[in-house]
Design a protein. Structure first.
Length: 452
């Protein structure tokens, strides 16, 4: 059977599509690059906010409109957890619906498909879909969430926290390393809550220890989606000590005003948050910190928004993401009074990102003259009027898809690690020139590139 996966949403969905691919690969099925060539099209949906739901539905409708006779359209992922029956009723072209993480169900369904002959030319899938990426790969260590955040419907879609056994995670990391992956990005709904459902507390440092020891050929292990109250001094010490753990952490804070955080049912002690960042920066002075915020939460006043702006300036985050509040009918926040008008949400989002951009530029200017290791992600692009082109890569300071890039002069291959000197700072990106021969993905046992 030939199949094509369309992945929508966040990094955790990318990891889920990787899991689907492994299940189907075990059954000797073949992944194809275009949906028109597939016997089965699988849409891995996202349903976190209204825009995600709309994108998922529009993608399903687009694919349904191009279905060939005998071709199967399968819908899976987050959106199906709450709206699977509704989707199947409203889009009769859908042949099967599977809930999030129902890998075995998809695998069993694939065994029933009789391959068909498709003679029509391929059609394009929407550009917003995500294809699994190399030389970086996501590895999901847990799913579900126990937090009571009022704006979030993840617990309703994914259930309570359920962690993967460490042995399974290590085995998956070793498989990725064997494929030549140079960076493994650990993802979860709350990565720092890992293992709590298995009777362990503060288990993420132990997992990092195992991964660092058992996949030494992967230079970067990166942590995403940490929870403010769960980032421990032990985690900071472990990150600082292990050479192949990137000096980077993503901690979504959602707001900087304690009154708003209390309404969100998020950790609202900003003194604790400041102490947490002080601990991380004391252990790793060069650490890059990413966070995300929500503006326009019901009842957010101009004074509370002002507190958020001041907090962003004070904390000097390396990377900031900002979303406008999107009411989900299944969430408590959707029914709170005093909604903020859309135009005000958009204005606040713009103001916050202007402040974040100013901070980012200052941080990037401080990098000029420093040497960094760049993980190359593209082939060379020629530059008019120059003898050499450039490639696009990332430093340890930048997570895939959400942070900045490094424009590196020269001709290198994806997966190369290149030591380079930063020559120019842009608002979000850096320009660099190589200073040493690259370490290629084919070289085993290279250890971890430096982060300074």
């Amino acid at each position: 059977m030939r199949y094509h996966i369309v992945t929508l949403g966040c990094a955790k969905n990318v990891a889920d599509s990787e899991r689907i691919t492994r299940v189907l690969g075990d059954g000797a099925h073949l992944e194809v690059p275009q949906p028109a060539a597939a016997d089965v099209i699988i849409v891995n949906t996202c349903g976190f906010i209204d825009a995600s739901k709309e994108e998922s539905v529009n993608t399903i409708l687009e694919l349904a409109s191009h279905k060939r006779p005998g071709q199967q359209l399968v819908v899976a992922g987050c959106l199906t957890a709450l709206h699977g029956a509704e989707l199947q009723a409203e889009v009769p072209e859908i042949d099967a619906v599977f809930g999030a993480e129902d890998w075995n169900g998809i695998g069993a369904y694939a065994q029933t498909i009789v391959p068909i002959t498709l003679e029509s030319p391929p059609f394009d899938i929407p550009e917003t879909t995500t294809i699994r990426r190399r030389p970086s790969a996501y590895l999901k260590i847990s799913d579900g969430c126990n937090a009571p955040c009022t704006f979030c419907i993840i617990p309703k879609m994914k259930g309570k926290l359920h962690s993967s056994p460490a042995d399974e995670i290590v085995a998956e990391a070793q498989r990725l390393a064997a494929e030549g992956v140079r960076e493994i990005v650990l993802v979860a709904q709350d990565s720092t809550d890992y293992g709590r459902d298995l009777g362990m507390r503060d288990a993420l440092p132990d997992l990092l220890e195992r991964l660092a020891a058992e996949v030494p050929d992967v230079p970067w292990l990166r942590i995403m989606y940490a929870y403010p109250g769960h980032v421990s001094p032990r985690l900071a010490e472990t990150m600082a000590r292990l050479p192949n753990v990137a000096r980077y952490i993503d901690i979504p804070l959602q707001h900087g005003a304690e009154s708003v955080l209390r309404r969100m049912k998020r950790p609202s002690n900003t003194t604790m948050v400041r102490e947490m960042f002080a601990t991380l920066r004391a252990a790793m002075p060069d650490i890059a910190i990413r966070t995300t915020f929500i503006v326009g939460y019901p009842g957010e006043t101009e004074a509370e928004f002002g507190e958020l702006l001041a907090f962003v300036r004070e904390m000097a985050f390396d990377h900031v993401g900002c979303f406008t509040f999107s009411p989900q009918s299944e969430s408590p926040a959707a029914h709170e009074p005093d909604p903020v008008p859309e135009r005000v949400k958009k204005r606040r989002q713009r103001q916050l990102m202007e402040v974040a951009q100013q901070v980012s530029l200052i941080k990037n200017r401080d990098m000029v003259g420093r040497e960094i290791d760049v993980l190359v992600e593209s082939t060379s692009v020629p530059r008019e009027g120059y003898g050499t082109g450039f490639v696009v890569g990332r430093s340890y300071r930048d997570a895939p898809e959400v942070d900045g890039l490094v424009l590196l002069e020269g001709d290198f291959a994806p997966g190369d690690f290149v030591r380079a000197k930063v020559t120019q700072a842009l608002a979000y990106d850096l320009v660099a020139t190589p200073v040493a021969v690259p370490v290629t993905a084919a070289v085993a046992g290279v250890g971890a590139p430096g982060v300074g």
